[in-house]
Design a protein around this ligand. Structure first.
Ligand code: SAT
Ligand code: MN
Length: 600
């Protein structure tokens, strides 16, 4: 039982407001997750999967309206609108709290209120933070048990006077006496969904959705939106980045962090199996990095999470064998399709559907006649990080790992070369600020296929004014010296030829690009100085054993002046959105790029 008076008071306040049937403190034990699983299976909300094929795995089908983050219902309710900036939805915090208190009143009737103490990052690490999520969703409890360090051990670490971030969540579907969910995933209609952040109070209030980033409040809400505001105040970085370790054939290790927008292959890169002999890649994290300077002036990163909440479709033994192995047991599947013998299936799993399936909506599905995918494109797996065969031994080291390189990237069919390197930190910040990507299914309310700017892959996740966030990145570079700061690179695995074909094989062959980065860090390889940064020489990328034509390679590394001058115009439009809070330094970088291009 908790001894933290602030926590006890808050739990009491929430239970008086939400009026649950009972309050249960989550301990994080195996008995507890077994009990909750059984309960949900019994109520028809979950399916226990085939224990021979997928031991201790369960399957959930969400409501068809509750399948992804809802950006148009996500709010940064800072005291002033200007503080939230042009990229966030804003409502006055008092007004929003008023509306939400109305919704929370009695919202847990007929349900259990779970109190989930959790730690983002290894318990006791100087970089970690403790949160407590209150929820009426056992699905959330089970997922948080995988995605975070959860339960009694966190309460102990919190102690009597420890600080925690309060995260209140309700699915927004009270039950009348004797009523049950009737086997249907409970959630509120879209206009009642609110994913709200109060950055000054360091508080999260989420209502109406049971899904992923809307409901697992440690992830995007705490570890990115609230943490980014804390990080600005405390002088560190909370980023939407994977972390990996690359080891050369000589046994030298380097740690790399990389920011790509959602569904651009962060998980695949984090778990990559190199196709070049002698090189090794190990995983530290696949989605979020918290980074602080160490006493030695280097930037140290931890993965604040303890599991992977990955996109299932497209994951196969070809695209990501490490992920496939990681999700072979103790995994929660959401919105994938089921086979007749309760195995899972999804588009891009690497084999045809074995007979008729039940699709993610619960209907019979036949590959021969299907008009819609069997798995939702944003179907997910939730799996413990330690189950990944490529997990680095140091993945949960409380000290973190020293970062040598930071990568930015996105889906860019044209213009952006396979890889280029920034001239210095500030040029690298410029690169981060112009990240853009083709839109995919991870965000519900955007048109697929268009390109949107997604600076630092943080567009939906920055908890304050993005112009100030850019300035914070510039300021971070002043805290150390250029030789100790990570070098910054920009990658693009998604460039296409003029006839619309992928130019680069991607996946394991991305190790060839990582090798170039490694060699640049070691000063082992020269590069070509172009208007946009350093680009590999014609023979810079190791293509041995790869069936790729010289002309494709040339196209991949090409910096086209006309295309880039168009890009400059589009960056100006992008920058104008931030008004006078866009750091002057970035306008300077853009001007310098333009004049380099014109001279080229
Ligand atoms: O639903 S999550 O926010 O956890 C995943 C994503 O959309 O990137
Ligand atoms: Mn993500």
């Amino acid at each position: 039982m908790a001894s933290n008076q602030k926590l006890l008071n808050w739990v009491k306040e929430c239970s008086e407001l939400c009026q649950p049937l009972t309050v249960e403190w989550v301990d994080g034990s195996k008995e507890e997750s077994d009990r909750l699983t059984k309960l949900m299976v019994k109520e028809g909300l979950a399916t226990a999967l085939n224990p021979q094929k997928l031991p201790n795995c369960i399957h959930f089908r969400s409501d068809p309206s509750d399948v992804a983050r809802v950006e148009n219902r996500t709010y940064i309710a800072s005291r002033s609108k200007d503080e939230a900036g042009p990229t966030n939805n804003w409502i006055d915090p008092d007004e929003l709290k008023g509306v939400m208190k109305g919704l929370y009143k009695g919202c847990m009737k007929g349900r259990t209120m779970y109190v989930i103490p959790f730690s983002m990052g290894p318990i006791g690490s100087p970089i970690s933070k403790i949160g407590v999520e209150i929820t009426d969703s056992p699905y959330v409890v089970l997922n948080m048990g995988i995605m975070t360090r959860m339960g009694t051990k966190v309460l102990e670490a919190l102690g009597e006077n420890g600080e925690f971030i309060p995260c209140l969540h309700s699915i927004g579907k009270p039950l009348a006496e004797g009523e049950s969910d009737g086997g249907k995933w409970p959630c509120a209609p879209i206009e009642q969904k609110y994913i709200s952040h109060f950055p000054e109070d360091r508080t999260i209030w989420s209502y109406g959705s049971g899904y992923g980033g809307n409901a697992l409040l440690g992830k995007k809400c705490l570890a990115l939106r609230i943490a980014s505001a804390i990080a600005r105040d405390e002088g560190w970085l909370a980023e939407h980045m994977l972390i990996l370790c690359i080891t050369s054939p000589e046994g030298k290790k380097k740690y790399v962090a990389a920011a790509f927008p959602s569904a651009c292959g962060k998980t695949n890169l984090a778990m990559l199996i190199p196709t070049i002999p002698g090189w090794k890649v190990e995983t530290i994290g696949d989605d979020i990095a918290w980074m602080k300077f160490g006493k030695d002036g280097r930037l140290y990163a931890i993965n604040p999470e303890a599991g992977f909440f990955g996109v299932a479709p497209g994951t196969s033994m070809d695209s990501n064998p490490n992920a496939m192995k990681a999700i072979s047991k103790n995994t929660i599947y959401t919105n994938v399709a089921l086979t007749a013998d309760n195995d899972v299936w999804w588009e891009g799993i690497g084999c045809d559907a074995p007979g008729k399936l039940t699709d993610w909506t619960g209907k019979e599905w036949d590959m021969a006649t299907a008009t819609k995918p069997a798995a939702h494109p944003n179907a997910r797996f939730t799996a413990p990080a330690h189950q990944c065969p490529a997990i680095a031994r140091e993945w949960d080291n409380p000290e973190g790992v020293p970062i040598s390189a930071i990568l930015f990237g996105g889906r860019r069919p044209s213009t952006v070369p396979l890889i280029h390197e920034a001239y210095n930190w500030e040029h690298g910040v410029f690169m981060g600020s112009i990240v853009g990507s083709e839109v995919t299914a991870a965000a519900l309310d955007l048109k697929a296929g268009t390109i949107r700017r997604d600076p630092f892959a943080m567009l939906p996740f920055c908890g304050y004014h993005m112009g100030d966030y850019f300035q914070h990145w510039i300021n971070m570079g002043k805290k150390s010296s250029e030789d100790k700061l990570p070098k910054i690179f920009f990658v693009n695995w998604f460039r296409k030829s003029s006839d619309g074909k992928w130019l680069w094989p991607g996946y394991g062959d991305n190790s060839r690009v990582l090798k170039w980065i490694f060699q640049r860090l070691e000063g082992q390889v020269k590069a070509k100085e172009t208007a946009i940064g350093f680009v590999p020489d014609a023979n810079g990328i190791d293509t041995q054993g790869l069936n790729i034509s010289g002309s494709n390679m040339q196209e991949l590394l090409n910096v086209n002046k006309e295309e880039w001058l168009k890009e400059v115009e589009s960056i100006k439009e992008h920058y104008n959105k931030f008004g006078n809070r866009l750091p002057a330094k970035l306008w300077e970088e853009l001007g310098a790029l333009e004049s380099r291009l014109k001279k080229a």
